[in-house]
Design a protein around this ligand. Sequence first.
Ligand SMILES: [Zn+2]
Length: 325
Amino acid sequence: MTVIGHEWATDLLLNGLARGRVPHAALIVGLPNIGKTTVAFTFAQALNCTGGQPVPCGECISCLKIASGNHPDVRILDAPGQSLKIGEVRDLQRDLSLSPHEGRWRVAVLSDFERATVEAANALLKTLEEPPAQVALVLTATEADVLLPTIVSRCQVLSLRPLSTSVIKDTLISHWDAHPTQADLLATLSNGRLGWAISALGDESLLARRNEHLDNLASLMSKGRVERLAYAADLSRDPALVKEVLALWLGWWRDVLLLASGSHVAITNLDRKAMLHQQSGQVTIRQAQRMVAQLRSTTKNLDQNVNVRLALEVLLLSLPSTAFQ
Ligand SMILES: [Zn+2]
């Protein structure tokens, strides 16, 4: 477990430790799979490391237990897609009120804290206001804006930025033995999220899914109204998938626009150059611009409780048609 590209964040947390001023509550924000949990675990390791300086050593029994999720004093509340309920927060609080079993610090990592119900968040507020001695809480979230301001104001907020493509590419090659061509593609597709690139390296289904969504896009452009509306209805049933698909389509249309307008900015979908060139010859620059703008506004509107199915229908019907070209 090595923090890459976000060293400033761990340095900031560990500086406090060196000066005897450990932040009792930190909030780490950033895109999914960007490295929030890795930073949180590194902090937990540093608090309980029994090895030599600099901490965390990464090799002592405490560091190893934390890395493998087996340290009795480090708890992670992590259930993607499920809300975090008040009962879980109360259980955690009972746990945190005891003194550490093995380590010096009890650390609780509450992942994706936007999952917390208002009751759960308010219950946690008590611990944030009066943290027990030797307890550190680390919350993670995609954005700070979606949390209760009372929670955010009691945490030290660390905002992780996407990493550059070259840092991700180099890391995939040096730390994960990736082939340079594959590293190049995954780094470009990752949008700065190293965790995503590492997952995609070990799990071919991630790239397969992306290929399927891009194939669907190409095939829908040659289809009529009925098929497009059926696809919109189908997709609208899975809100998480809608975001994933729209993000991929946006990347695709940005590439089409870049090629259609003869820009020298690097494209994202490196492995599909031929298809991109073909498509950029089939649509006008204006059409590509409209699709980029429309994908952006549809994505933004989804966060504001619009009728998803209707929004997708409008989007699908405005896809340029390649049926008779
Ligand atoms: Zn250690």
